[in-house]
Ligand binder design. Structure first.
Ligand code: FE2
Length: 377
């Protein structure tokens, strides 16, 4: 434990050269955007928001945008072979290409990052339509993943210029209570965690608020290391994982092998009522990792008194952990694509602004049981 988030935020808040308002959107490159959009609506309760493709004058790709409270996902597929998007999907499978960050000034953010050594993905670009103007710019982060800075203060349209409203009057499953992106975790190559920690400090003005070494995160067979990076106001948190030496192949190694490189491991989304949200997701077919029922026998000894009854947590497999400030409830889905790569976390914070380490062992043993079934342990 290095310092509380508040202490860190206080230090950096004074000289934050990269003010970020929040996560703007996440863009996933997927094999079939139309079906993926249906999946995110049906299984995860996202709502139809916007569309771009042939009907809007876009010739090379089709994108569906779905929304749930503050979370916006763009699902994009190429319309022809040989595209950069197609190559990304061929290499990585479905996965996150863009983590877009909402800023007041996308030109300034780009220049500040470039001055500090970022690699350019997209120079500041003005996009306009009858609803106003948006400025976007972008830089590379780990693997082929990019950050796009989005300046939208002069825009009043449904999403971004070039998109039209996507209306689906006959099919709109209800939301499940997902509210915002809490954090996004990147898996990087062995020995590269500190490189990317340095990148987020130097280029983006983030601070390392928490570190877990292989003693914190290990089972009998596998281990990994993780450092949590946070921006100045604490709204953006990026834990960075790297594999550590173990008797068997860790989940990070498995990810790197199947994603064929570094990338986003999981997207954590927040809810105000995890029991209700997880019940709902399960009834819609979302599959979660399961810890043993015995995990719950000692849970209050470990985390202290909690508001929730243990029984529904045990029934659903929701994990409980704590930091210095409070506790949190979390659960992880199984990977949501054929490759054992990206998955989702559902999280509810009850005072804890950071992360605990009490769940790692139980969780990783659950993942190892899945790896065993896949023959990748
Ligand atoms: Fe997480």
């Amino acid at each position: 434990m290095i310092a509380t988030l508040e202490e860190k935020t206080e230090v950096i808040g004074k000289g934050d050269f990269m003010p970020l308002n929040g996560t703007d959107y996440l863009e996933l490159y997927v094999g079939n955007a139309k079906q993926a959009a249906h999946f995110y609506k049906t299984a995860f309760g996202f709502q139809s928001l916007a569309y771009a493709g042939l009907e809007t004058g876009i010739r090379d790709r089709e994108s569906y945008v779905v929304v749930q409270d503050k979370i916006r996902l763009i699902l994009t597929s190429p319309l022809r072979s040989g595209s950069e998007i197609g190559q990304h999907i061929d290499r990585h499978g479905d996965g996150v290409k863009v983590i877009a960050l909402w800023v007041d000034d996308a030109t300034y953010a780009y220049e500040a990052a470039m001055k500090r050594g970022a690699k350019s993905y997209m120079k500041p670009k003005i996009e306009e339509d009858s609803d106003g103007r948006v400025v976007r710019s972008g830089i590379y982060t780990y693997g082929e993943t990019v950050h796009i800075f989005v300046e939208r203060k002069d825009y009043h349209g449904i999403f971004l210029p070039g998109y039209k409203k996507w209306e689906t009057p006959d099919y709109n499953p209800a939301p499940v209570g997902l509210k915002y992106v809490d954090h996004m975790v990147g898996n990087v190559e062995l020995g590269k965690m500190d490189y990317w920690v340095d990148f987020y400090e130097r280029v983006m003005g983030f601070v390392n608020i928490l570190s877990f070494d292989d003693n914190d995160i290990s089972t009998e067979y596998t281990a990994l290391m993780s450092k949590v990076m946070s921006n100045g106001n604490g709204r953006i948190k990026f834990p960075i994982n790297e594999p550590a030496e173990g008797k068997k192949k860790s989940q990070v190694d498995e990810y790197l092998e199947f994603y064929e490189g570094e990338g986003v491991q999981h997207i954590a989304v927040a809810t105000d009522d995890i029991i209700q949200t997880v019940r709902n997701l399960k009834s819609r077919g979302v599959e979660f990792l399961r810890v043993p029922y015995t995990y719950y026998d000692a849970v209050t000894d470990r985390v202290g008194k909690i508001d929730e009854d243990i029984e529904p947590l045990r029934e659903l497999g929701i994990l409980v952990d704590r930091d210095d400030e409070g506790y949190l409830l979390q659960i992880f889905t199984k990977p949501i694509e054929p490759r054992p790569t990206m998955f989702f976390e559902i999280i509810q914070r009850k005072g804890a602004n950071s992360f605990g380490k009490g769940n790692f062992k139980a969780l990783f043993e659950a993942i190892e049981r899945e790896q065993e079934l896949r023959g990748t342990l």
